[in-house]
Design a binder for this molecule. Structure first.
Ligand code: HEM
Length: 359
């Protein structure tokens, strides 16, 4: 058998012979178009790796019950995605060694193609859980219309299959600890929150340094905190917010996520806590990439429209603001209460949540 060869194993012939400069075809090669093509190809390779990792995480969470070691495995896979995302953000700097004037040398050759047509980028968004209805739309057209026919099927499938958001919600809803051996987390948590809020109200009312106007101003602010806690505690209010598209995660799943964040010190909740934290990281890094890409685009093309036909920078800025997936997990910190005020877990539950060894 022929010995394995480096170049053949990696398919380098294909990869290294696929940088075809449009400006060269036109008869006037623009030096920076090589960088422009290579950097996009590198992005697509990393996108492929991200999808590969995401698929394995989706498989883990598609099971009816997810074992502890699989949650840790998902965390390891998310860590890899996170490191790749950091590189994706960093390599914008390489592209920025190309100036706006250099870009103009070949920009017209690119119309009407655009990163907007990246099917792998759409798959990543869909697999994470970006909802179709939440997408910023431009030109009133479905984003899939501009994707190559042969790539559309995969993107459509990624829209229809359970996303990581969907599977996370189901997994959280199955958390056994919400009502656990006589300990009702939600009831105890509501009591603790009410106590804290009452205390805060008294502090405002009794502050000798406040004028009457200041007391009424601070009470109004306090009122806002109270109603936000009420909306959190009350399942009907939560459902109303879901109907208005102001929240997405179900009430039960939200309760479970909050419990994981509040009792993260309990050994059994370490991996779930890490998992939720990594999802926030992935979401934040995707937003950071969007912001960074939008800034780069402003520097390259100012207020011109994009080659794909959008308003360019303005459209990209709006996606950075709105295309968030796990921000509700980050927002949960609004409802954190200090460790000393947390309902104490009964000893037998603490033992169930810990690791113990019998010698
Ligand atoms: C000179 C460099 C670049 C410019 C001027 C630029 C410009 C734009 C513009 C204006 C859009 C909005 C759609 C449109 O109207 O075309 C866009 C979208 C996009 N670009 Fe770039 N881009 C550049 C580099 C890159 C790179 C290196 C990537 C890496 C893959 C990339 C990926 C994307 C993606 C994924 C979108 C879709 C974003 C969304 O819809 O949320 N772009 N780009």
């Amino acid at each position: 058998m022929k010995p394995l060869n480096y170049s053949e194993y990696l398919g380098l012939e294909n990869i290294l012979n696929n940088q075809k400069l449009k400006s060269e075809e036109r008869g006037s090669a623009a030096h920076d178009e090589m960088l422009f093509i290579i950097i996009h190809q590198i992005y697509e390779l990393w996108f492929k790796q991200i999808i590969y990792e995401l698929n394995s995480i989706l498989r883990i969470f598609s099971k009816d019950s997810v074992i502890e070691s699989d949650v840790s495995l998902a965390v390891i896979r998310l860590d890899r995605i996170i490191e790749i995302q950091k590189i994706l953000i960093d390599q914008i700097r390489v592209l920025e060694t190309m100036t706006a004037m250099d870009f103009l040398e070949f920009r017209d050759d690119l119309f009407p193609s655009s990163g907007f047509q990246s099917s792998q980028f759409r798959e990543i968004e869909n697999k994470l859980g970006l909802k179709i209805g939440n997408r910023i739309n431009y030109g009133g057209k479905d984003y899939k219309k501009v994707i190559l026919d042969k790539e559309q099927k995969k993107v459509k499938r990624s829209e229809e299959e359970n996303s990581l958001f969907d599977l996370l919600e189901k997994w959280l809803e199955r958390t056994p600890f919400l009502s656990f051996e006589g300990f009702d987390f939600w009831e105890q948590y509501s009591i603790a929150v009410k106590r804290i809020l009452n205390n805060e109200e008294q502090i405002i009312r009794n502050n000798p340094n406040y004028s009457l106007d200041e007391v009424s101003y601070h009470l109004k602010e306090h009122e806002r905190a109270v109603s936000s806690f009420e909306a959190m505690i009350n399942p009907e209010k939560h459902l109303e917010l879901i109907k208005k598209n102001k929240k997405r995660l179900s009430h039960t799943a939200t309760q479970a996520a909050l419990l994981i964040f509040l009792y993260r010190d309990e050994p059994i909740l370490h991996s779930p806590f890490n998992f939720l934290s990594r999802l926030i990281d992935v979401d934040e890094l995707l937003t950071t990439w969007r912001q960074r890409h939008a800034l780069m685009v402003r520097r390259m093309i100012g207020a011109k429209i994009g080659t794909g036909g959008s308003s360019g920078h303005a459209y990209l800025k709006a996606t950075a603001e709105n295309h968030k997936i796990f921000s509700e997990l980050a927002d949960l910190s609004t409802f954190f209460i200090q460790r000393s005020a947390l309902p104490k877990l009964p000893e037998h539950i603490k033992r169930s949540l810990g690791y113990h060894f019998k010698l």
